[in-house]
Design a protein around this ligand. Structure first.
Ligand SMILES: [Zn+2]
Length: 440
């Protein structure tokens, strides 16, 4: 700002904000625009190798160029992710989400609390205090680490039932994802008593035209995108969230998470990872479109950490074959289920994978099939990794920096390198001041 507003100058400040065009005409510096709405999207586990792999996975091999993705378009910077000192250098999703929401470093497992286990205001709580609407839309259970750290507080991410109970007091207008298991009928009744529509079927969401809504569309997590790509669930949830939340003239803050990119990474499952990336990319495109139509909105997309040590081209070979992933018609998990249930199992495997395994691989798959679902799933993932030449270094997380993507009002703030806590603090700085308590 080129002047410092004092009390009494507020009206003047407002007039200035409203007459940017006039200011430009007079050759004065443009007043920075602050967004009315914030959309923060987290690709859980989506380290840089995931967006690179996704670009190649989506590439049309018939054309010379490698087509750009939404991630190319929106890239602005990167972020470090390490947790509080006591948890070393590699974060879990709870500490990272607390950093992105509350702007503090904390220990792995912490949900919206600091190292002394004291609650710290979350981004969505601050937004509520400022009179904005809030919402979360995720593919995991709604009370999983990332959404929980934007809505609530707990010493442990494992306290699923407590976290579900605590959501009653958040007054979030939109809560969409999985997790029926954690919301027994008695708890759903309490939400209904507060005026929420409680849904368990995605189809019913279409009819919802006003907040508040609690949508729990699976017992725990939503189905894998690779098993039902046409469903495009996260994009649908994002679109509906934006439609409902934008009814508040004061603005809103929405958290969207592609939760299961991380789970695919833990399983070293490149097929499921690319499926979840596609579902997340489609949701980001929905948000990008919203920002184009509502330039007073800020979109920030990032990851909480990277998972699995994904490598594009492994085994000292200069080769990566996404076609071995593109031909898959289901997740390794689903193919394994089918292969175990039928005597024509080799047929099920070939159809599911979209390629024929080698002689050696058939032997390994046959052995794994005898050992059951888990072993068969793992053997199928190994086969796909080998055919695509995908590498993995761990079944856990890694400490590499993640990318930051942004568009819309205030997006320039996120350029260059920053820490994950900086992202939260920048977002919080864009919120209006808290509104005084309502006179009843
Ligand atoms: Zn994880």
């Amino acid at each position: 700002m080129f002047f410092s507003p004092r009390a009494g100058q507020l009206a003047g400040l407002l007039a200035l904000l409203l007459s940017t065009t006039q200011l430009q005409a007079e050759g004065l510096p443009q007043v920075p625009s602050t967004p009315k709405n914030l959309i923060i999207m987290v690709g859980d586990g989506m380290g840089p190798a995931y967006t690179s792999a996704y670009r190649l996975y989506m590439d049309d091999p018939a054309t010379e160029e490698v087509e750009e993705t939404v991630f190319n378009r929106l890239l602005v910077g990167n972020a470090s992710t390490f947790p509080a000192r006591e948890s070393g250098y590699v974060t879990d999703s709870a500490a990272a989400a607390t950093a992105l929401s509350c702007g503090i470093k904390t220990y792995n497992g912490a949900i919206g609390v600091d190292s002394q286990k004291q609650p710290v205001p979350t981004l969505l709580e601050r937004a509520k205090q400022a009179g904005l609407s809030t919402g979360v839309a995720v593919t995991s259970q709604v009370n999983h680490a990332t959404p929980a750290a934007f809505l609530s507080h707990s010493e442990s991410r494992q306290s699923y039932d407590e976290l579900a109970q605590s959501y009653l007091a958040t007054d979030a207008e939109v809560i969409l994802g999985g997790g029926q298991k954690y919301f027994p009928e008695s708890l759903r009744d309490k939400f209904r008593a507060k005026g929420y529509q409680v849904l368990t079927q995605m189809d019913a969401l279409e009819q919802v035209n006003k907040p508040d809504v609690l949508g729990l569309f699976a017992d725990i997590h939503l189905p894998w995108v690779q098993d039902e790509p046409e469903a495009d669930r996260l994009a649908t949830l994002t679109r509906k969230s934006l439609e409902l939340l934008s009814q508040n003239n004061k603005g809103f803050v929405l958290l969207v998470e592609g939760s299961m990119i991380d789970w695919a990474g833990h399983g070293n499952d490149i097929g499921a990872a690319m499926g979840e990336m596609h579902g997340f990319a489609n949701a980001v495109e929905v948000a990008e479109q919203f920002v184009r139509q509502h330039p007073d909105t800020l979109l920030v997309v990032t990851a909480d950490h990277s998972t699995g040590g994904l490598t594009i081209g492994a085994n000292s070979e200069y080769r990566w074959n996404p076609e071995a992933i593109r031909g898959m018609t289901a997740t390794a998990e689903s193919i394994a289920k089918q292969a175990i249930a039928t005597d024509q199992w080799q047929q099920a495997v070939t159809t599911g994978l979209g390629f024929t395994p080698s002689q050696q691989e058939w032997l390994q798959l046959d052995q794994a099939r005898m050992q059951g679902q888990d072993a068969m799933t793992k053997a199928l993932r190994t086969t796909v990794n080998s055919h695509s030449n995908t590498g993995w270094t761990t079944g856990g997380h890694t400490g590499v920096d993640v990318q930051v993507f942004a568009a819309g009002a205030g997006s320039g703030l996120f350029r260059g390198h920053q820490d994950n806590t900086d992202i939260a603090n920048k977002l919080a700085s864009l919120l209006p001041s808290p509104t005084p308590a309502k006179v009843q």
